[in-house]
Design a protein around this ligand. Sequence first.
Ligand SMILES: *[C@@H]1O[C@H](CO)[C@@H](O)[C@H](O)[C@H]1NC(C)=O
Ligand SMILES: *[C@@H]1O[C@H](CO)[C@@H](O)[C@H](O)[C@H]1NC(C)=O
Ligand SMILES: *[C@@H]1O[C@H](CO)[C@@H](O)[C@H](O)[C@H]1NC(C)=O
Ligand SMILES: [Zn+2]
Length: 660
Amino acid sequence: MFGNIVLECMIIVLVGFKFAAQIASNFPQLPPNTSVKTGSARSSCIKMGDGLSPGDPNSYSNPDEVAVSNLNLIWKIDFQKKIISGKVTLTANRKKGGVRNLILDSSDLKILEVKDDESGNNLDFEVHAPDPKFGSKIEITLPNLESERYNITIAYETSPKASALQWLDPEQTAGKKHPYLFSQCQAIHCRSIIPCQDTPSSKTTYSAEVTAPSDLVVLMSAIRQGEPADVPEAWKVHRFQQKVPMPTYLIAIAVGALESRKLGPRSHVWSEKEYVDESAKEFSETELMLSTAESICGPYVWGIYDLLVLPPSFPYGGMENPCLTFVTPTVLAGDRSLADVIAHEIAHSWTGNLITNRNFEHFWLNEGFTMFVERKILGSMHGKEARLFSAFRGLKDLSDAIKTLGDNNPLTQLVVDLKNLSPDDSFSTVPYEKGHTFLYYLEELAGGPEKFDPFLKDYLDKYKYKSIDTDDFKKYLYEYFPENEALKKVDWEKWLRSPGMPPVLPDYSTSLDKACASLKNRWVEWSRDGTSNFSINDLKSLSALQIQEFLTQLLLENPLSISKLEAMQKAYDFDNAKNCEIHFRWLRLCIKGQWSEKIPLALKFVTQQGRMKYVRPIYRDLYGWEEARLKAVENFKAHRKEMMFVAAYVVAKDLHLEEK
Ligand SMILES: *[C@@H]1O[C@H](CO)[C@@H](O)[C@H](O)[C@H]1NC(C)=O
Ligand SMILES: *[C@@H]1O[C@H](CO)[C@@H](O)[C@H](O)[C@H]1NC(C)=O
Ligand SMILES: *[C@@H]1O[C@H](CO)[C@@H](O)[C@H](O)[C@H]1NC(C)=O
Ligand SMILES: [Zn+2]
């Protein structure tokens, strides 16, 4: 996912806000004794604890015994009932003799029937009692003990509360006339829309045939097969195929009144028509970024690269769904200043999607590498200083995140322990920025980009289409640099398993951040007795990223007085900043200075968009200020149902409405 960490927001239709953010996650381990609903041959929920490879603490499935290699989905989208109904055919391949059961993950699914395609016979299956974090294990008795391969078809329906799906009523869309559906499966929500082996340790291709109302467009993280076909009574069938094996968390769907504009030879941008032209302008550099990424990472294997700009409730900055990046409308800043989200999602085409973390304890292999490649792309397009300035800002975000989490918190380790922990609870900037810091450090030790760039390309080639863990990376690093003495001294244990800030902090400072510090100092040092000479001209020589950085630096100082904040609003008008990153930091500064008049503006911001990167800190800040606390809680309760599952889930915890 994206971001500086991608948590993110939404836009405001009325005011035309913009935002962006990211999130990531990590995951936990299943309870030792989930109970079995109906008696069956193998009853325990073995998988998790017993250290079998692939060992994913967040999935019940058994891909090391029987692995699913293709999913064929036949879906009907029912906006009235807010469910998807249909079938999935899983192609399952036996890896070990004697194994009787195919074990799948599910969450809130209604399983109607399970059949063996070859014989047409019904198969025995058991759906175990649900665990609140990980859902229900499903055990299916294989048709026989001999075959190498089975096609097993499951008829089922999703719940209206499926955690991967957001159903919007027409009033919640920009156009107001049509409903909208979109999904977010990372980290472990695919199991709420498909009974599947919901672990990134296993990869699968997929195809889909989706029936939806004929006035709506269906998009998936796959290549569209021909034009949609009419079927009776105002429905259309849309066909898709994804031939590159990928983890289930990358399966994605969106259904709505969507239009597209061409961005380049392999790219279109999609959105409701209200944003489509603005989006095309904002993302006009997509092909340049893609070809820059190819020069760093090797060939792009996914065929097309499209973007979908979602409604404002999308909780992340972006989500790297293959062939179709999902992106928050909060990045529509009007000046391409937030397009680093796109560089990030493009980078995931290699780091994350082609080489995937084996489980979410090693999430830094997805996100740390993606930050590293994102900054290489920016550096290649805009120069070395641009790369360093982005890293400089990222390190601040890391320090802020670690302050929030506490520097002894085990979730601030690069490699985390996710036993019994929902990935949604462990998500933070840490894997992104501590991961980036580690790679930058290794690059320096290896002899700089000249030596490290070719290694990066080789690493991506070596492990493409695979799921790996940190040891695989380490092993290949030493294989590639056998003679490098500096690399031999790396303290891996400390980097990977100790909490808090990284053991070595690089110096990313350049003239770009120094200009921000000098404006910040003018504000801090200004005594209100003296005359002020602040004006909008102060910002003329700064880029949007530098203005963000200026505000970030002010946030690290003592709170500004209300009269200074008033003077800043008068000089710079941040109340009306179109750039969400700037507006967000400004609101935090106002809350920190306890400027009561700004509470309504802050509440409006967290209501008009649902990007977790923005919503969580503002809600937390408001909660921490007695005067605002009740208002924040009431506002959340009033608007909770407009938020996507994961955003509402984490904010409820931030506001102490639910147990942590
Ligand atoms: C596990 O099983 C024991 C004994 O049957 C029971 O007391 C306990 O509550 C169970 N734990 C969970 C998490 O279900
Ligand atoms: C199993 O399913 C796959 C994918 O849908 C299909 O290509 C294959 O022909 C099927 N095999 C059998 C034996 O039905
Ligand atoms: C504003 O005042 C400060 C100190 O009083 C001075 O250093 C600075 O040059 C002035 N800036 C402008 C734009 O006049
Ligand atoms: Zn990401």
